[in-house]
Design a protein around this ligand. Structure first.
Ligand code: CO8
Length: 262
């Protein structure tokens, strides 16, 4: 990956088949400022375009995935500035446009924009220390980076309303019961578990992974009949890949498949 940008708010590590992005503003509990979001919106497309990267892990520190957008940076913004700068959408959509699976590995606080950023990812793994909340209402604003849309889809209207209207914070176990996270792991195993998921993704046929991700995301955008039709056609199309032949042949020959990514 050729990334000319010098990273100041992120740490990027490469491993065989996947990459790890660590949000790194520990003194501010990883509050998401514009520099961090600009860096994220440069790094994610670069990793997405790299054929050697089959999964991306997005994580923070033990204390905070991210304690929200940087309140100090946005406090004095006017309505006119927010509109003219296209505040949020300009650099907050990179994760949602990424075609490579993104795993959020969340320990500690995932608040406001931090919770929204995690919800933009495909899989959320939570440490038992994880805390999720949309506390924007206490600052005089509603959520602005997808919270009012993605949280109800994840946990249902009643819990989302309570969390968004009252800023109630939920722990990892409640988040798992509600369907916000895929599973909870001990905090000291979080990165190990996230890397195991990333390594598993890296060993799978990448075209099928990408198609499956597209289809699940389509479930949130399309009526059922249209989604089912899209799924059927995509399923048919997968029979045109060499990896489908290899996967099924390997099964019948009782051997491990050697996927080619085509
Ligand atoms: N923004 C800026 N600085 C922050 C933020 C934040 N969101 N969160 C924590 N910090 C800073 C604190 O100011 C403090 O810095 P300093 O030492 O210089 O005073 C440092 O991080 C440590 O924080 P605390 O001393 O407060 O640590 P505690 O352990 O006592 O408390 C909490 C931890 C509970 C997480 C507390 O810091 C807190 O409530 N933080 C704010 C949480 C919040 O309201 N988040 C929502 C922000 S709004 C938002 O996310 C809108 C997103 C919409 C998209 C925006 C696009 C840009």
């Amino acid at each position: 990956m050729d990334l000319a940008l010098e990273l100041t708010c992120l740490i990027l590590e490469r491993e065989e088949g996947f990459a790890v992005i660590r949000l790194n503003r520990p003194a501010a509990l990883n509050a998401l400022n514009s520099t961090m979001m600009d860096e994220l919106s440069a790094v994610i497309p670069a990793l997405d375009a790299d054929p050697a990267v089959h999964a991306i892990i997005l994580t923070g520190s033990d204390k905070a995935f991210a304690a929200g957008a940087d309140i100090k940076e946005m406090a004095s913004k006017t309505f006119a500035e927010a509109v003219s700068e296209d505040f949020i959408t300009r650099n907050w959509e990179a994760v949602t446009r990424c075609r490579t699976p993104v795993i959020a590995a969340v320990a500690g606080y995932a608040l406001g924009g931090g919770c929204e950023l995690a919800m933009m990812c495909d899989i959320i793994l939570a440490a038992d220390t994880a805390r999720f909340s949309q506390p924007e209402i206490t600052l005089g604003i509603p959520p602005g980076a997808g919270g009012t849309q993605r949280l109800p889809r994840a946990v249902g209207k009643a819990k989302a309303m309570e969390m968004i209207l009252t800023a109630r914070m939920i722990g990892a176990e409640e988040a798992e019961r509600a369907g916000l996270v895929s599973r909870v792991v001990p905090a000291d195993k979080l990165i190990e578990e996230a890397k195991a998921v990333a390594a598993k993704l890296a060993a799978l046929p990448p075209v099928a992974v990408q198609l499956a991700k597209e289809l699940v995301n389509a479930a949130y955008e399309t009526p059922l009949a249209q989604g089912i039709k899209q799924e059927r056609r995509t399923f048919h199309a997968a029979f045109a890949t060499e990896d489908q032949k290899e996967g099924m042949t390997a099964f019948t020959e009782k051997r491990k498949p050697a996927f080619l990514g085509k």
